[in-house]
Design a protein around this ligand. Structure first.
Ligand code: SF4
Length: 290
């Protein structure tokens, strides 16, 4: 996972980033630094998740993706976005596909509420319309390009979560949805009074999503990506366990360590997702943090 920027054009009420702190925006890696970094990655790297902040505020995001594709052996790119910049998203998807048609691209688009509320919680005019536009545009691109809507269950939407989900599926034609639960992280702390409602709403929503997936009404995000995450971690383990490389491993930077941890987290998440256990684990973790 690579946080390519902390900058974002939204100001969501549940964001973990401290936008008032000027240090937040320091230390963004340049293309030259990313080039060096990607060249140092092991060849077993199979996926990168570009995230932020809002990754598409970086105008050089295509160059960043190209560095990963050309300097490593990745097979897929996963991008989390608020979809406020649909033209940049479409251009990115098309250009990467034209040059590297073998690369799987998944775009996780965050939508959490009915149009007006979504725009007001994230503080961007017309955001909901742009999210929907991005979803539909990406859906019509070649099958290597997959959009998925991600709903974050928060204090803002927990009271209406089922009707919001029904609206997305029945009225907006969104057929690829996953969900997550808001976490106390960075500068964000969940209002205590809402914690139980959030947990209940998340349980109901995951149940609804699982049922609709079983019925074939919607699909979750691409399970092939999860297989790649699992494969990636497995090969990295092989790299560590290889005796010849073990000594070398002790000498190289923490960068590899970071990749291993990131991939393991994905692999574990992927394992639980594939076997329908992820929401249960998230609920346990959420309860423990209360
Ligand atoms: S879109 Fe994401 S990074 Fe931007 S303010 Fe909202 S939660 Fe934070």
């Amino acid at each position: 996972m690579h946080f390519i920027t902390n900058r974002c054009n939204a100001r969501c009420s549940f964001c973990f980033i401290d936008f008032d702190n000027e240090n937040t925006f320091k230390g963004e890696l340049s293309l030259e630094e990313i080039s060096k970094l990607t060249k140092s990655y092991p060849k077993s790297l199979l996926n990168v998740n570009l995230t932020g902040g809002e990754p598409f505020v970086r105008k050089d995001i295509q160059e960043i993706a190209k560095l990963y594709i050309e300097n490593t052996s990745i097979q897929s790119i996963y991008i989390t976005t608020n979809a406020s910049l649909p033209e940049r998203i479409e251009k990115f998807a098309n250009n990467i596909y034209k040059k590297y048609p073998h690369i799987e691209q998944t775009f996780q688009i965050s939508i959490d509420d009915f149009p007006e509320k979504h725009n007001s919680v994230r503080k961007i005019k017309d955001l909901f319309d742009n999210c929907l536009k991005s979803f539909k545009v990406l859906k019509n691109l070649p099958e290597k390009i997959n959009p998925v809507v991600s709903i974050t269950v928060t204090h803002e939407n927990c009271d209406n979560i089922e009707s919001i989900y029904d609206f997305f599926v029945d009225e907006c034609g969104i057929d690829s949805i996953k969900c997550t639960i808001v976490h106390d992280e960075g500068v964000f702390e969940t209002p205590k009074i809402k914690k139980q409602q959030i947990l209940d709403a998340y349980s109901k929503l995951t149940q609804k999503i699982n049922n609709d997936i079983k019925k074939g009404k919607i699909k979750n995000y691409n399970s092939k990506i999860m297989v790649i995450f699992l494969g990636s971690s497995f090969f990295i383990f092989l790299t560590i366990l290889d005796v010849g490389k073990y000594v070398k491993f002790k000498l190289i930077s923490e960068v590899i360590f970071f990749i291993i941890i990131a991939n393991l987290i994905y692999a574990i998440a992927g394992f639980f997702t594939l076997f329908g256990l992820r929401s249960k684990v998230e609920r346990i973790l959420y309860r423990r943090s209360r």
